[in-house]
Design a protein around this ligand. Structure first.
Ligand code: FDA
Length: 391
């Protein structure tokens, strides 16, 4: 059968592109090997889907060319998506830092997109393995168990490599390479960081403890929650910084941002010299962490017995804790994939590959990766929308 557009992947980006092209009267086929569409939407945001962010801005996206995303993000904004959510009667709220979540289950967003696709006349084939993709003159052919499908426009919306258990594959990257498009090296991002046994032994007893921290890698830092786990460090501050961290580099953790601990400990020594370090630290930090820090400092006597240099050393361990991760937890738990199809090979207005007319790349497979907090879905909606106008 001949289609105006075949979209590979029924995720956030693919469904958005299909809706737009369908509304414009195109005969659209969406193919996915998963049994259900929008599986990542369903599990996103702890089941509540953080579907966009009020603070969408190009500097909150990582890419070899951060300005590439601007055109699509400006043409289909967070407000445009919010309008669709509102029109569908989906209740939402701002949680923190501009992050918008559904009040109810994330499946409402999937249902909205599937309903929009149906109304736009889009054909959706699920549980459908993709075979060979070829280009013959000005057309593409896609081999499927339901026969070879032909199309003028092929949209690759197969996402990144994160969470292979949910059906993530490197399909889009391989396809890009086959058509001669350059790739930016991929790596797991928005991912917990792993540590050597020496640090883990220290962190493990703290598993479950969460603190508001400032975590930096190089010049980029995030003020958000940090979570100790049995495997290392996680929580929004760590996930954010993982996108900027590189192997071998240290990260810097301030466990009490905005609080000068050297001054704080000196003042405490003057005011309550008889108190134990652990008690004093407990005024600022969760009890388990205060105890662990006090034990690690080797200090047993009262604060009054500690010289200024010792107080400074303890303060530095709190305000400027420097540690070197051994790696990340990898694609198994990463929320997204950094890198992907090099934006230099794509038209920022349409997402069409330069030099391969009719071939489009949208969503996570492209070298555009957002911060944690709804940025990645907004990129999926915006890039999908942009391609949908061009199909
Ligand atoms: P997406 O991965 O959504 O879709 C790709 C589709 O292609 C899938 O349906 C897949 O089955 C299909 N596919 C892949 N290979 C195929 C093949 N070979 N053949 C056929 N089909 C194939 N972002 C955000 O902004 N807010 C949030 O709250 C969250 N939360 C979140 C939680 C978790 C646990 C994860 C893993 C990720 C998030 N994200 C997020 C990130 C967000 O889910 C992600 O950026 C988007 O889903 C990307 O949308 P795409 O459509 O590009 O890919």
């Amino acid at each position: 059968m001949a289609w105006d557009a075949i979209i590979l992947g029924a995720g956030a980006a693919g469904m958005m592109a299909a809706i737009e092209a369908g509304r414009r009267g195109r005969r659209v086929l969406v193919i996915d090997h998963a049994r259900a569409p929008g599986e990542k939407i369903r599990i996103s945001g702890g089941g509540r889907c953080n579907f966009t962010n009020l603070g969408i801005a190009p500097e909150r996206f990582l890419s070899q060319n951060p300005r590439f995303a601007l055109s699509a993000l400006k043409r289909f904004t967070q407000w445009d998506f919010i309008a669709r959510i509102d029109a569908a009667g989906i209740a939402w709220h701002e949680k923190t830092l501009g992050q918008l979540f559904c009040d109810g289950p994330a499946t409402q967003v999937v249902a909205m997109l599937v309903g929009d696709m149906e109304r736009a006349g889009v054909t959706l084939w699920l549980d459908c393995a993709l075979g060979e993709v070829r280009r013959e003159n000005t057309r593409f052919t896609v081999a499927t168990p339901r026969g070879v499908q032909k199309t003028k426009a092929l949209v690759v919306a197969t996402g990144g490599k994160s969470i292979p258990k949910m059906g993530a594959t490197g399909f889009g990257y391989q396809l890009a390479e086959r058509f001669g498009l350059p790739l930016v090296q991929t790596r797991p991002a928005l991912v917990p960081l792993a540590f050597a046994e020496q640090e883990l032994a220290w962190m493990r007893p703290l598993a479950g403890v969460s603190v508001h921290a400032r975590v930096s890698a190089g010049r980029t830092g995030f003020d958000e929650a940090l979570l100790f786990t049995h495997r290392g460090l996680s929580g929004p501050a760590i996930l954010q910084v993982s996108s900027y961290w590189r192997e071998g580099d240290p990260i810097l953790v301030d466990l009490l941002p905005g609080q000068d601990m050297a001054a704080g400990l000196r003042a405490a020594k003057a005011a309550q010299g008889k108190a134990a370090l652990r008690t004093v630290l407990g005024h600022w930090l969760p009890d388990r962490l205060a105890r662990q820090l006090a034990e690690a400092s080797g200090v047993t006597g009262p604060l009054a017995e500690l010289p200024g240099a010792a107080l400074d050393r303890i303060a530095a361990g709190i305000n400027a804790w420097r540690l070197v991760p051994v790696g990340t937890e990898g694609y198994r738990t990463a929320e997204v994939t950094l890198g992907g199809v090099d934006t230099r090979a794509l038209d920022g207005r349409t997402m069409q590959a330069q030099g391969v007319p009719g071939l489009y790349f949208i969503g996570e497979v492209v070298d555009v990766t957002g911060w944690l907090g709804g940025y990645n879905f907004q990129w999926a909606w915006s890039s999908g929308w942009a391609a949908g106008q061009a199909l």
